[in-house]
Design a protein around this ligand. Structure first.
Ligand SMILES: C[S@@+](CC[C@H](N)C(=O)[O-])C[C@H]1O[C@@H](n2cnc3c(N)ncnc32)[C@H](O)[C@@H]1O
Length: 195
């Protein structure tokens, strides 16, 4: 059993994502009309955060896994044509350059093998001034031996400093006032702006 999968698919995870992470990202100033949710999961969490908290009314939600695409389509049906769900890899999004106002990425990067490539892809699809709203777990949490024993994540996950450096290097500004580090640097939330 993959404990991570059980947690990610749970109702409690959904409530924390919508009620805590969605609220914090909104308070940090995340906004956008046209949005992507990358790594939407089985409940379409980031797409719902984008519509209900961040002002989006045109959202494309992506996941690598077809089962998540189908499940999140059902979960998001009440949002009608404001959300479309498609299968795509975070490192090769079927989106034009400079196309969207907002990318929502909730706990996706630490699952992507080549996570710096996904960060670069987020920068490519955002218009200048567009925002990346992120929530992530760092290596301090993901590489904990207890978690490694019960869950599956790629090797060599990032520290907080490595993620911030990758964002800066890909063309994002991440002002300190828009970045939150919680649980001893295990849990990050923030809004990065594409230069
Ligand atoms: C930890 S779950 C997060 C789900 C949801 N965003 C949330 O916060 O609850 C990570 C999601 O990213 C997806 N994912 C992993 N690698 C991906 C990739 N390369 N491209 C797109 N999605 C990916 C997984 O299938 C999974 O649904």
């Amino acid at each position: 059993m993959d404990a991570n999968r059980v947690w990610v698919d749970s109702r409690l995870r959904f409530r924390i994502g919508l009620g805590v992470e969605g609220r914090v990202l909104s308070e940090l100033g995340a906004r956008g009309t046209t949005a992507l949710d990358v790594g939407t999961g089985r409940r379409g969490l980031g797409a719902r955060v984008a519509v209900t908290r961040l002002g989006a009314d045109d959202v494309r939600a992506f996941d690598l896994h077809q089962a998540s695409v189908e499940s999140s389509r059902r979960a998001l049906a009440d949002l009608g044509d404001r959300v479309r769900v498609e299968r795509a890899d975070a490192t090769a999004l079927p989106v034009a350059d400079d196309a969207v106002d907002l990318v929502v990425s909730l706990h996706t990067l630490h699952h992507v093998v080549d996570w710096p490539a996904a960060v670069a892809e987020y920068a490519r699809v955002l218009r200048p001034g567009g925002q990346l709203a992120y929530a992530e777990m760092t290596a301090r949490f993901v590489d904990n031996p207890v978690l490694r024993a019960v869950s599956r994540h790629p090797a060599d996950r990032f520290t907080e400093d490595e993620l911030l450096a990758a964002l800066e290097g890909a063309g994002f500004d991440v002002p300190a006032r828009r970045h939150r580090s919680r649980a001893g640097g295990c849990w990050l939330l923030g809004v990065a702006t594409r230069r």
